[in-house]
Design a protein around this ligand. Structure first.
Ligand code: PLP
Length: 394
């Protein structure tokens, strides 16, 4: 398989690793990680109170342009809380895309709601505003809620309220979030952005995760920067952020010694020790992003020079991607599978996109629109090694 051999040797050249295992995305700890971790341990403040956790929130807000950022233990519970705060309740429905990581759909289920799966755009791989508009026009009706006096959008067939819309910025490429936000506005549907994969990705120079009511980031070990495990909520509304901090700290009424809690809260606040790691990682974000862009450019050039039907998925127009995980598309599933087998057997980690959410047993009874693009991408896509490099081999 000469083409596959060429691809593998090119990846080995990029990572300057003629032999041995090349992971899909390994974290790089080349800054103040050990210094801050030691400082955190010496302070004894290793749990949810401490200077690093507050500083990490401040620095992420500053970088993303969010008014406030609130840490969480991971991206999944950040999504759960975001949905609760957006008003997602039992027996409602939440619009999302079938091409996503399981956490998006799980978080919807934690609220007792059901996902409705709509198609993605071929170029962004994220929720398609066209599919969204079309489904809302044909499958929903508007109703006025007598108690709140607010307009509600109701699924014509199930009779359920559409309580939120959760697009995802797939593999770091921003979706058409501005258009999606406009549509959600018209239908009075709260927009929660799953930006777990897109720290450092901008749509028309605005950071992903700042277009809706709440945005969610993840700092899992496989993301652009890591806190070991961690997540963040992004807010443009300071009062909502205040409420998020209260809910993530067991809904404790602030008092120096009294322990009073006045509603059901959550133990979702990221520990200081994880934030110490995160802060050191965040300092290196511009370098990581520069390196990832360089790798993506090399891949793009390589795949366009290759006489094959394999195409590199470039960043969509109007956006700047963090290129979290680089993607290539094969002409069909058979060729895709053959490459997955070849590359993994030869020590270079590659993987397909997730199995579509609507195909999983937990979600197979959920409403699913025409999802031609999502199916096509799921059949043909492969993620190739994308770790940041401190020094590029060439
Ligand atoms: C799209 C998406 N949503 C949510 C999550 C959940 O984040 P975490 O692993 O931090 O819980 C992830 C990543 O892991 C993700 O890729």
């Amino acid at each position: 398989m000469p083409t596959y051999e060429n691809i593998i040797s090119f990846i080995r050249k990029i990572y300057n690793k003629p032999e041995g295992f090349i992971p899909l995305h390994a974290p790089v700890f080349a800054g103040n990680e050990k210094k801050y971790l030691n400082e955190c341990i010496d302070s004894t403040f290793v749990s949810s109170v401490g200077k690093f956790v507050d500083l990490f929130e401040e620095k992420i807000a500053e970088y993303t342009g969010a008014k406030k950022a609130v840490v969480c233990v991971n991206g999944t519970n950040a999504l759960h809380l975001a949905l609760i705060m957006a008003g997602v309740e039992r027996d409602s429905e939440v619009i999302t895309q079938p091409l996503t990581f399981i956490a998006t759909a799980n978080a919807i289920s934690y609220c007792g709601a059901k996902p409705v799966f709509l198609d993605v755009d071929m170029d962004t791989m994220g929720l398609s505003p066209k599919a969204l508009k079309n489904w809302l026009q044909t499958s929903t009706i508007q109703r006025s809620n007598n108690s709140t006096n607010q307009k509600e959008t109701i699924n014509k067939i199930s009779g359920k309220r559409i309580s939120a819309c959760v697009p995802m910025h797939t593999f770091g490429h921003p979706c058409r979030i501005e258009e999606i936000a406009e549509i959600c506005n018209v239908y009075n549907i709260p927009l929660v952005e799953d930006a777990a994969e897109s720290l450092g990705s901008f749509y028309k120079e605005q950071h992903t995760g700042t277009f809706g009511v709440i945005g969610v980031l993840s700092f899992n070990g496989n993301k652009v920067i890591t806190t070991g495990g961690g997540g963040m909520l992004l807010f443009m509304d300071e009062n909502l952020a205040k409420r998020a901090k209260y809910l993530t700290t067991q809904a404790k009424v602030p008092h120096v010694w009294e322990f009073v809690h006045d509603e059901i809260g959550y133990n979702y606040r990221m520990p200081n020790i994880n934030a110490a790691l995160g802060l050191a990682q965040l300092e290196q974000l511009p370098e990581f992003l520069g390196s990832k862009r360089k790798t993506a450019c090399m891949y793009k050039e390589f795949f366009s020079s290759l006489s094959s039907n394999i195409t590199f998925v470039d960043e969509p127009s109007d956006s700047s991607s963090n290129y979290w995980l680089n993607c290539i598309l094969f002409s069909n599933k058979k060729e895709r599978d053959a490459f997955l087998k070849y590359s993994n057997e030869n020590g270079v980690m590659t993987r397909p996109a997730w199995q579509l959410m609507n195909e999983l047993v937990m979600f197979e009874d959920c409403e699913t629109d025409n999802i031609t693009n999502a199916k096509d991408i799921a059949n043909r896509l492969v993620n190739i090694p994308s770790s940041s490099l401190v020094d590029h081999a060439f």
